[in-house]
Design a protein around this ligand. Structure first.
Ligand code: TRP
Length: 365
């Protein structure tokens, strides 16, 4: 993927540099859950030189949030805290409405607000987190979008996103909005603002266009840092809402979350006897991945689990039970914070804190 998209693998030096600036280490960096980037080095350089910097990420609100969705947001919170950055978060209720035949705009819009509760539960600071809801906040984007749209030809757009003649034109216009949001911080702060986008590499086509046109519009090129997707609890594939039994939702009752873990696919042998004799395979185990990517901070304990599994000293039932109790505890705490945020949603909304950008005022002729 890194090769196809022309991104750069995150090197040891780059990880160390980021951790130095952050004054903290992070498991998603150490374990390369975030594994590639574009111009992270430039971004950090500008940050250290004192230029204004911010973060940008987003979500297509088409349903409940699962652990795979919140993984990059947890890392984003770490960046926000450690580097003192403001985060712009785009909720693309329009994109999901255009994308999904059966989804009404009122529904994707409602999910946008539900999903803000997840941002709050993660602990993102509302004073530094600004959520833009596409279908309601177009005044913030449109002054930028008119300029962006003029730079993108239909042939570039088709080649980048693979759209065809039967794609609805909502989807054809949509990339303009996702790209425009990467320039929004510069407009809102009225100064050149460097933007880092933590996201899955699947979002990269947008940023390739954004980077191509940024300079000509007078904006810095946005930088990216890419995360691996959290595997689902089945034998293969990412955690996905199309297979709810293999996904842990932030709104799953804690007991249900725990049960899903107990039923998860593992790299274990068919019987306990065989497991003790031959050992398990943590490298293709959805349960081990959950420890590695989210639920075990301690590197020594993770390594210990890895070798105990491989040598047959640890059996899947015990390993799953341990994870299930961590997931249960996580869900209990998360849901408490999630509910507590319900009355404070507007604190996160961009529109309650900023004025839409204006074109330079012109004198009437
Ligand atoms: N297109 C993304 C999705 O389908 C949503 C999104 C909008 C996004 N802006 C973003 C994701 C910036 C990452 C970074 O989920």
């Amino acid at each position: 993927m890194v090769k196809i998209f022309g991104a750069k693998p995150l090197t040891e030096n780059e990880v160390r540099n980021l951790e130095r600036i952050a004054g903290d280490s992070n498991i998603m960096l150490r374990r390369r859950v975030f594994y590639s980037h574009r111009d992270l080095d430039v971004y950090l350089d500008m940050y250290e030189k004192g230029f204004r910097c911010s973060l940008y990420t987003g979500r297509g609100p088409s349903g409940s949030t699962h652990l795979g969705h919140i993984l990059p947001w947890i890392f984003t919170k770490w960046l926000q805290d450690r580097l003192g950055l403001e985060l712009f978060f785009q909720m693309t209720d329009d994109e999901k409405f255009w994308h999904d035949e059966r989804l009404d705009i009122s529904e994707s819009n409602r999910y946008a607000y539900e999903n803000i509760l997840d941002l709050a539960a993660i602990g993102l600071d509302h004073r530094k987190t600004h959520v833009i809801v596409d279908s309601e906040d177009i005044a913030f984007l449109y002054p930028i979008a008119v300029k962006v749209a003029k730079k993108i030809t239909f042939s570039t757009q088709k080649a980048t996103f693979g759209f065809t003649d039967s794609t609805n034109i909502g989807l054809i216009f949509y990339p303009v909005l996702q790209i425009s949001t990467s320039f929004l911080p510069s407009e809102l702060y009225k100064e050149e603002t460097y933007v880092l986008i933590p996201a899955g590499i699947d979002q990269d086509p947008y940023w390739r266009i954004a980077r191509d046109i940024a300079t000509s519009l007078g904006y810095p090129k946005p930088s990216q840092i890419h995360n691996k997707l959290l595997p689902g609890l089945g034998p293969e594939g990412k955690m996905s809402s199309s297979k709810p039994e293999t996904a842990i939702y932030t709104t799953d009752p804690p007991e249900v979350g725990a049960q899903k873990i107990m039923r998860a696919f593992t790299g274990g042998q068919p019987t306990v006897e065989l497991q003790k004799k031959l050992g398990g395979n943590p490298d293709r185990c959805s349960v081990y991945k959950m420890y590695e990517m989210l639920f075990e901070d301690d590197d020594t304990k993770l390594l210990d689990r890895y070798w105990k599994c491989k040598t047959g000293a640890l059996i899947c039932g015990d390993c799953k039970a341990d994870l299930a109790s961590r997931v249960r505890r996580f869900l209990v705490d998360f849901q408490k914070r999630r509910e507590a945020a319900r009355d404070n949603i507007e604190l996160y909304l961009l529109r309650t804190k900023f004025e839409p950008p204006k074109h330079n005022m012109r004198k009437p002729l």
